[in-house]
Design a protein around this ligand. Structure first.
Ligand code: 6MZ
Ligand code: ZN
Length: 342
């Protein structure tokens, strides 16, 4: 295959770090805007430029997505887009929200995302989708515990679709120690944990504390290693527990926590041979997709197509779905290999 774009799109991929509302595409936002003309929103308010604060556009997207109908459309669109980009396994994450005006509850929010996943499955979209219920750290201890209870309930009733919990939200707000009891409880009840850790500098204490859980995956981990103000002991903990990292190149560069692509910590962890999974974070907000992230990593760090293949294949071992799903995916990768390397 000579065409780069086609290679990266056809490359079977695993996406493990995608916030639902940050993943909404331009096209879907247009549909939402036309549904709600009274909001007077222009599309320019929802995309992000370099160095801009992300909280700005989040508010806009959340205003546009405030009914079950909106969530259903947004989630099915996002799932279909990932599938069209060659993603074969997707873990979506989202923070359950309630909206008094539209009678949206946190429970119906999660139910609607689950319906979207089932609908895509029934339509035969070629992608296995699971859901991580997100805790927004800005909302504090009690909401965190309430979210864990909700996730527990759905873990038991969603036919295996709800597999875990995410900790996200503005990394500069609140402290992980206040969320520890909720996260500990989630872990004990069998929910897998993916935590945004060291997304910004100077969080060594919080990171160290949360690593003791230990989480099942780390989002970003941008400032874990000593060269950027982290520490060897944090790195040692991550390595000892073999905790995979979810790495989002464009998100970090556009969000300005990493100055340029060549400085991205992908290099550090990849050279260590530590499980690292390329992800998009917010493909809508940052105008990217997963095939572009793989292509960027390859061109920035000099990966061959064989290296890229291995990277996407090794991501299978980092998913939260059970072993049988991993085996199915490995089979799928084997079946697709000859098409990409003929
Ligand atoms: C860029 N780095 C990031 N760091 C931390 N949290 C982030 C994030 N990007 C997105 N989110 C989290 O995802 C929410 C939007 O999707 P949902 O409404 O949950 O689907 C944001 O409100 C924030 O909590
Ligand atoms: Zn994230």
């Amino acid at each position: 295959m000579d065409n780069d774009v086609a290679f990266y799109r056809e490359l079977p991929k695993v996406e493990l770090h995608a916030h639902l509302n940050g993943s909404v595409s331009f096209q879907t936002i247009e549909k939402l805007i036309s549904r709600k003309p009274h909001l007077n929103i222009e599309h320019s308010m929802t995309a992000i430029g370099k160095g801009q604060l992300r909280t700005l556009d989040e508010c806009v997207i959340h205003k546009l997505v405030d009914t079950e109908e909106d969530i259903l459309m947004v989630a099915t669109d996002v799932i279909r887009e990932f599938a069209a980009d060659g993603v074969k396994y997707l873990e979506l994450r989202s923070t359950p929200r309630e909206e008094k005006e539209t009678r949206l509850t946190k429970k119906s929010y999660v139910e609607t995302v689950i319906s979207a996943i089932q609908q895509c499955k029934n339509e035969g979209v070629d992608i296995d989708v699971r859901f991580l219920v997100a805790i927004d750290r800005r909302n504090g201890t009690e909401v965190a515990m309430e979210t864990v209870r909700l996730a527990e309930e759905f873990m038991l009733s969603s036919d295996g679709l709800v597999v875990g919990l995410d900790l996200s939200g503005d990394p500069t707000v609140g402290h992980g120690k206040d969320l520890l009891p909720a996260l500990q409880r989630a872990k004990n009840s069998g929910l897998k944990l993916s935590l945004h850790l060291s997304e910004v500098p100077s969080q060594l204490e919080e990171t160290d504390l949360l690593l003791n859980l230990p989480p099942d995956r780390i989002g970003h981990g941008t400032f874990l290693h000593p060269a950027v103000g982290g520490s060897q002991s944090l790195v040692d903990k991550v390595v000892k527990h073999n905790i995979p990292l979810e790495l989002c190149l464009t998100s970090n560069v556009k969000g300005s926590t990493v100055a340029r692509y060549s400085d991205h910590h992908f290099k550090y962890w990849y050279q260590l041979g530590h499980p690292s999974v390329l992800c998009t974070d917010d493909k809508g907000v940052f105008c990217t997709d997963l095939s572009q992230e793989y292509q960027l990593a390859a061109s920035t760090f000099g990966l061959s197509r064989a290296d890229v293949w291995k990277l996407s294949q090794q991501a299978i071992d980092c998913i939260f779905a059970p072993e049988a799903v991993k085996q199915q995916l490995k089979q799928k990768w084997n079946d697709l290999h000859p098409r990409l390397f003929k």
